[in-house]
Design a binder for this molecule. Structure first.
Ligand code: ACM
Length: 638
């Protein structure tokens, strides 16, 4: 008896050291269900990998490559094993009974059986990779469990604006990798805007030779508080590169939706082909306060941000141009959806233009909003005739919705609600819910330059996590029109991939969870305190940048009272918290947090706790402050 006990002991200890204490096994987005069992599967080099369907070969390779990196060994690939042999089995047999994109994983002590097909199997492997802890003694110890999973929404998107700043193909691929890791399935590629046209169109070479670059960019917030950088900004994706990206994304089950903006946000196209404007001979408007580099005459690609009056004129020539552009785009992108913009189209030039006014009369349109609706509907007909559907920003509701359009609701939820009531599909992406990832995460002065005048507030991972894309006001039938949710990344103030990464992480983790996981599985505490710290710790070891959250448990802003015990937890596994109570800015030279902080505030006084989080790779959070006040008079700002 004694002997057996001694033999068992090391196993029990190993189990305790490696067992997943998190009920959700560290997976983001949290699966529909996880049932943990007793025992572990020991992944070592004796384990076989079985994947007999040719269609699954790439996903099997992905898993094996991951195990090489994680465990230092590759799994032997074989055709079959007995039930008692240790193996990971990937199969599509039985996947036809699963919901779309769904999968199951059964982990027993001697086998891991993964069922799924296509995207489902790919997502199963993403989950499996996420739940593997670090190796110990050349073994990866995996908790036995049964996982059943499928998405809440069929559209799970991330957008990237490559007009305001251009990003190289290498980063576009990395961006796609990030989306795939978190089971996001749509990349919305914002390819054209006032500050640059980024996609090669063979019929109109000037779109890229002229519209693909600008002479300078404002420095600091709009309209350019720091002057201009006097530097040319350009960049174009050739059609060959676009094809490469589409194939790359498809290999990760991501659909790429191109956006070609119309009728507004057209300055770059008009700079290339001035006849697309209602006033071809009018110089591009440059604000009095806007710093500028180079020529101010003629049509120019914009160097500052905002919304500009020079929009597409609705002539036959313009429609032919747009149809030709869309034909090349449709030939490149297999996506069912083509995004045609439709947002922020000022009506000023149409009001001033005798041609536009006559056009409104001739076509029995009510006004310029009617013209906008006419414009979108005419383009929709062309896109539909090619077997595709349009998506537009919620302004396409104004003047009447195009019959088959999907609406992207960005100015709050109102547009999405209205579209759903009209039985149109909707993608929710309201800035007010934090889905404008270009907005800063907090009010701290330590935050970097971001878009100013945050009409819809901050965007941080807590806010995004709290959002439910289905508005309560919709009936059960109307709710079905909400096909998904998306995060938007406008890059006016993101010049580098590192800044984009900083702005999207960890918000993208929250997005993934609200897009994929059932609402009943929402668990703020588990997400914030268990899974995000684990994922950010992994990210910290990679070459990906991210926003470092402030300590878990730090009270908001001001609390009143005399005695406090403040218990903090690092928001990233392995990160350290440093703090001061003397009003100095904390750094690694301040007090390291190890035990709860006891704070006593004498009557009539206050104390300020300032914290900073420093990660193993040296990344820093903003300084977070809490004022503990025991009746001190408020100091009024002058
Ligand atoms: C937008 O942010 N103009 C869609």
């Amino acid at each position: 008896m004694k002997r057996i006990f001694l033999l068992l002991l090391p196993t029990i200890l190993t189990f305790q050291a490696f067992a997943q204490t998190d009920a959700n096994m560290g997976i983001i987005p949290v699966p529909v269900s996880i049932k943990k069992n007793n025992g572990t599967f020991q992944l070592d080099k004796s384990v076989a990998l079985i994947s007999n369907e040719t269609a699954n070969a790439k996903t099997a390779d992905l898993l094996n490559a991951f195990i090489v990196t994680k465990g230092g060994f590759a799994l032997r690939e074989t055709k079959a094993v007995t039930n008692t042999q240790k193996a990971i089995v990937l199969t599509s047999v039985g996947a036809d009974k699963l919901p779309a994109e769904g999968y199951t994983i059964q982990i027993t002590t001697n086998q891991i059986k993964v069922i799924g097909s296509g995207a489902g199997l790919f997502y199963a492997v993403q989950s499996l990779m996420q739940l593997m802890p670090e190796k110990k003694d050349d073994k990866i110890t995996i908790q036995t469990a049964e996982i059943n999973d499928y998405p809440r929404f069929k559209y799970r998107g991330m957008h990237l604006d490559v007009s305001r700043h251009f990003f190289p193909i290498s980063f576009i691929k990395k961006y796609i990798d990030i989306l795939a890791m978190y089971k996001l399935n749509t990349f919305h590629w914002h390819l054209t805007d006032d500050q640059g046209w980024r996609i090669e169109i063979k019929k109109y070479p000037k779109l890229t030779t002229v519209g693909g670059k600008r002479n300078g960019t404002i420095v600091g917030n709009y309209p350019g508080t720091g002057g201009t950088d006097n530097t040319e900004h350009g960049g174009v994706y050739t059609q060959e590169e676009v094809k490469q990206i589409i194939v790359y994304a498809a290999s990760k089950y991501i659909n790429v939706i191109p956006e070609i903006e119309m009728p507004g946000h057209a300055s770059a196209a008009i700079a290339a082909y001035p006849e697309l404007s209602a006033f071809p001979d009018r110089d591009t408007w440059i604000g009095e306060k806007a710093p500028w580099t180079g020529d101010r005459k003629g049509k120019q690609v914009q160097q500052t941000w905002g919304v500009f009056d020079d929009v597409f004129v609705p002539t036959d020539n313009t429609f032919k141009f747009l149809e030709n552009v869309l034909d090349e785009v449709i030939a490149l992108f297999p996506s069912k959806y083509i995004h045609i913009g439709g947002d922020e189209c000022p009506k000023e030039y149409w009001k001033q233009s005798p041609f536009c006014q006559q056009f409104i009369k001739d076509n029995n349109l009510k006004d310029e909003h009617g013209l906008q609706s006419y414009f979108i509907q005419r383009i929709e007909k062309h896109v539909n005739a090619k077997g595709r559907s349009i998506i537009g920003w919620d302004e396409i509701l104004e003047g009447g919705l195009a019959p088959n359009a999907t609406v992207m609701s960005w100015r709050g939820e109102a547009g999405g609600i209205e579209a759903a009531k009209q039985n149109h599909d909707v993608i929710m992406t309201p800035g007010s819910a934090g889905l404008y990832f270009d907005h800063k995460a907090s009010a701290s002065a330590d935050e970097p330059l971001t878009i100013s005048g945050l009409g819809s507030g901050f965007s941080n991972f807590q806010k995004v996590y709290n959002y439910d894309p289905i508005p309560k006001v919709l009936t059960t039938d109307q709710q079905k029109y909400i096909i998904g949710v998306q995060g938007n990344v406008w890059t006016e103030y993101m010049e580098t991939p590192a800044k984009v990464e900083y702005m999207i992480f960890p918000k993208i983790l929250s997005l993934a969870e609200i897009a994929w996981s059932p609402i009943a599985r929402k668990d703020v505490k588990n997400f914030m305190e268990e899974r995000v710290p684990l994922h950010l710790a992994k990210l910290d070891k990679s070459n990906t940048n991210y926003w470092v959250p402030v300590p878990i448990g730090q009270p908001e802003k001001v609390v009143n009272g005399e005695n406090f015990t403040i218990e903090l937890k690092a928001p990233i596994i392995g990160a350290k918290i440093f703090y001061t109570l003397d009003n100095y800015r904390p750094s690694e030279n301040a007090t390291a947090y190890t035990t709860p902080i006891k704070i006593n505030v004498p009557q009539g006084q206050k104390k300020i706790l300032k914290t900073i989080v420093i990660t193993p790779s040296g990344k820093r959070s903003v300084v977070s402050e809490t004022t503990f006040n025991n009746g001190a008079p408020e100091v009024k700002a002058k």
